[in-house]
Design a protein around this ligand. Structure first.
Ligand SMILES: Nc1ncnc2c1ncn2[C@@H]1O[C@H](COP(=O)(O)OP(=O)(O)O)[C@@H](O)[C@H]1O
Ligand SMILES: [Mg+2]
Length: 257
């Protein structure tokens, strides 16, 4: 089997749809029969609970793999979707930055931990925390592609400038192959003219995926049932738009040969 494409879903702003995008993109790829690993790189553990894994029941998490207490493989657990597996996160992960402060390879811990499983998957999706701290730097150092969920609000573009600067720095220091796949517009409200205006501005600067994710109540309900939206209501606009995004991501691989 070939090497997994590792996709970091990143934006230092909270509440822009990173976790919703990570969970539903990963579920979409898995239902397309791509063997997919979702890695929760946020101590809040929302991606874990989003696929039905309660942080309190987790015995081994990403933290254990990063500090070397277990191998990453030993932290992987199954989900309701056969082709989708998860590395869960717990609050432990908050302590990582302090513990690793003296470690020379502190930015590459996740990348190294993932090396042992890269050939087991087609896609590895990293759900990042809302910061540009060491955890997110680890995710960017481990990734092939960055996907940036963005809500069409007035200050959204300003935040992107900081994110792009961080991506460039990680590229220079740790990961020359890192590429920005593009921006995913989330919680899009077509009736709001500001949304269209911001979307146009983003398109002037970045590749924006054709699949625009609408504001959709089913997408926000699904996590409380511990399910990706696809399993909660496959017909809803939210599920369908994330399936479209998964198809666009799959097409990148075909284009790249
Ligand atoms: N397209 C959408 N429509 C409606 N609610 C959404 C949508 N995307 C995300 N949400 C909700 O918005 C909140 C923030 O989304 P989340 O994916 O957790 O963002 P982040 O991971 O960037 O903090 C969550 O309550 C989520 O359920
Ligand atoms: Mg999140």
């Amino acid at each position: 089997m070939s090497r997994a494409i590792v996709i970091a879903v990143a934006n230092q702003k909270g509440g822009v749809g990173k976790t919703t995008t990570s969970v539903n993109l990963a579920a979409g790829l898995a239902t397309a029969e791509m063997h997919t690993l979702l890695v929760d790189v946020d101590p809040q553990g929302n991606a874990s609970s989003g696929v039905g894994v309660r942080p309190r029941t987790v015995e081994r998490s990403l933290y254990d793999a990063i500090v070397g207490r277990f191998s990453l493989r030993e932290t992987i657990i199954g989900t309701e979707i056969a082709m989708l597996e998860l590395v869960p996160a717990t609050q432990d992960l908050v302590g990582m930055e302090l513990e690793l402060v003296d470690a020379e390879d502190r930015a590459l811990k996740l990348s190294k931990a993932l090396d042992s499983v890269r050939s087991d998957y087609d896609y590895i999706v990293l759900d990042c925390a809302p910061s540009l701290g060491l955890l997110t730097v680890n995710a960017l150092s481990a990734a092939d592609l960055v996907l940036v969920p963005m809500q069409c609000e007035y200050y959204a573009l300003e935040g992107l400038t900081h994110l792009m600067a961080t991506i460039d720095r990680v590229k220079d220091l740790y990961n020359p192959k890192l590429d920005v796949a593009g921006v995913v517009l989330t919680m899009f409200d077509g009736r709001n003219s500001l949304s269209h205006q911001v979307a146009k501005e983003v398109r002037d600067h970045f590749h924006v995926f054709d699949s625009v994710i609408p504001r959709n109540v089913k997408l926000s309900e699904a996590p409380s049932h511990g399910k990706p939206a696809l399993l909660y209501d496959i017909e809803c606009k939210g599920s369908q738009s994330y399936l479209g995004l998964a198809r666009e991501i799959l097409a990148l691989r075909v284009e790249a040969g």
